[in-house]
Ligand binder design. Structure first.
Ligand SMILES: O=C(O)CCC(=O)C(=O)O
Ligand SMILES: [Fe+2]
Length: 269
């Protein structure tokens, strides 16, 4: 009989060979430190008196760290999956557009700069990783940088997310009452390098399965991405490109961000 993937971990006692990562990409048995300085930004009063302060916190977090967290607040819980996912997606989009408004204000861009084509496409991705007999040999998700504009990550209580921070891999605490915001590579380009887009990966867990929800805002294929004119007029680090052009270069560079971005850099004097 076929073994359901969800029951796999009860039956499979060692990591199948085709899941084992090459030695230099494996996490090994290293004990990773917890990154305990992921900035937490409270969006309470972002429409009021705390706005300037919140924007400043977002800019500093994105320049110095990459990730940041915001506290989560839930509405009612509808019972049907389609409704739940529909409502979740609408709320996730509102949240990310609100975040982008704060970011555009912080970069000195006009309100609504990221609305429209730059954030046209929304992707919801649910990751479910079953327990793994030997987490040292493999990864739930290999190291990568999100190629889109901005990502909202909703973790569960099982650890797994790691960020490459201060020259080493570090665990991100699995908080269920806050959301992780990850600036994507397009935000790095539009902000002319002011925002960094952090490298991250996902470890597996030996006993528990892990489910996370990612919401990605993605530019439409033909929109031109470039350092914002009113922001980086004199010294744009990157030339303009369409998202389609970027994405094919990115996948053609084995999804290595620096290689892909290198193809769009202006010559420096
Ligand atoms: O599941 C996670 O914690 C991270 C997922 C992720 O990085 C992604 O989907 O791009
Ligand atoms: Fe990611």
């Amino acid at each position: 009989m076929e073994i359901l993937m969800s029951n796999w971990s009860k039956v499979v006692k060692s990591v199948p060979e085709n899941y084992i990562f090459p030695p230099d990409k494996r996490p090994g048995k290293h004990v990773f430190p917890v990154v305990n300085d992921v900035p937490v930004i409270d969006l309470e009063n972002a429409q009021g008196q705390n706005r300037a302060d919140i924007i400043q916190q977002i800019l500093s977090a994105s320049q110095e760290f990459g990730f940041f967290q915001t506290k989560l607040s839930y509405g009612d819980k509808p019972t049907r999956y389609r409704e739940v996912v529909g409502e979740y997606s609408v709320e996730a989009r509102k949240f990310l557009l609100r975040m982008l408004d704060l970011i555009s204000e912080g970069l000195g861009l006009k309100p609504g700069y990221f609305n429209g084509e730059l954030s046209k496409i929304q992707l919801l991705s649910v990751n479910h990783h079953i327990p793994c007999p030997n987490p040292s040999l493999t990864l739930g998700m290999p190291e990568h940088t999100d190629p889109n504009l901005i990502t909202m990550l909703h973790q569960c209580s099982v650890p797994g997310l790691q960020v490459f921070h201060k020259g080493q891999w570090m665990n991100v605490d699995p908080t269920t009452d806050s959301l992780i915001v990850i600036p994507g590579l397009q935000l790095k380009v539009i902000s002319n390098g002011k925002f960094c887009s952090p490298i991250h990966r996902v470890m597996t867990h030996s006993e528990e399965s892990r489910t996370t929800i990612g919401t990605f805002l993605i530019p439409s294929n033909d929109v031109v991405i470039e350092p914002a004119k009113d922001y980086a007029a004199d010294d744009p680090v990157y030339r303009g490109f369409t998202y389609k052009e970027f994405f094919s270069t990115f996948t053609g560079s084995n999804c290595v961000a620096e290689t892909a971005l290198g193809c769009f850099k202006n010559n420096t004097k």
